[in-house]
Design a protein around this ligand. Sequence first.
Ligand code: HEM
Length: 379
Amino acid sequence: MRAGGGVSRVMLPTGRQAWVVTGYADVRALLADRRLSADVRHANFPALADGEQEVGSRTRPFIRTDPPEHTAHRRMLLPEMTVRKARAMRRPVQRIVDERVDELLRHGPPVDLLTQYAHAVSSTVMCEMIGVRRTDPFFRRITGVLGSQQIGGGASDAGTATEGLDALFDVFDALVTDREGDLGDDLLSRLIADQLHTGAVTRDDLLATVAITVVAGRETTTSMIGLGVLALLDDDRRLWKQLDADPTLIPAAVEELLRALSVGDSIALRTATEDIEVGGVVIPAGDGVIPLLAGANHDPAVFADPSVIDFRRAGRTHVGFGYGVHQCVGQNLARIELQIALGTLIDRIPGMRLDVDPSDLVFKHDGIAYGPDRVPVTW
Ligand code: HEM
């Protein structure tokens, strides 16, 4: 696509057509352009699965809305997603990760690191973020629904996607009712007190915002841990050994893995509301547009030898968390979670290696996040 000019017309799995844009500068320009809408209700919204548009139109998660509606919902979360709040999660995240590594060690090899670690860590961290500990009866209910695989962009039909979301909304509804009777010092209690009880948001808005945040945070970090471990163990464990020898590289490694793996590639979906010229092509008003984050993150004009994972690359210029008004609201927490989840594995199970021929691995392309189906490892 890049060789063809970087702006291509493609057929999506739903049979719909859309424009895909791959260049770094073009992707950033489009994501900052108010003439592109994130509203899921546009006729040509470039959903990747049939169920996504129908369910999104009904529940209206704020990721699929435009300002000023989007701004109001995002603003509700922002005070909870600061660097300071994320830093305060370091201890609980370390505790959660240590408990899960203890369980891996008790179980012994071989294990599927995706289900027994990545999913478990990310679900538990999302629950902790909203104030639900593992001992809380709601923990099982929430993780049960999240684990049912029916939620997220991967649900191929509207019926399955609706069922999954309805179940999640029901659990959160019961949780909000429970917490209303006994407000604590946690994200959900604060949203109930500051937003719901003041009338700033409706109950449905609160449920939709919490649900999209938990689902978006869980699927993406699960894929990043799974795919990240595969990348580290590849090529005779070259990158794994590098981090084992020098753990101070972990924050830079996470940043580079976010760039190279770009697991949230299919989250940023847009529709042109006016004719827009990009890369010498005019995208007509009404057409779906996918600014491809992986394309931008692998643009050789910005990242030399883009397919090489190199921890010495500078900084956070990648667009793995998107760009513009919808840029990932959970990125501070995601960074800390990934640093701890990967760093602790390397520290406590340094001899980990793949327990499968890499050519036998299966990758899913249809969910919220791109990632492996399983990650069999041993040590
Ligand atoms: C490695 C992990 C993650 C990746 C790669 C990722 C990626 C992304 C991307 C690309 C977007 C922008 C979507 C767009 O422009 O339409 C986004 C938005 C969002 N993310 Fe993340 N994310 C991650 C972790 C998290 C976590 C941990 C949370 C929750 C704590 C979270 C919650 C959200 C929410 C609520 C939005 C919508 C923001 C808005 O529309 O204003 N994400 N994420």
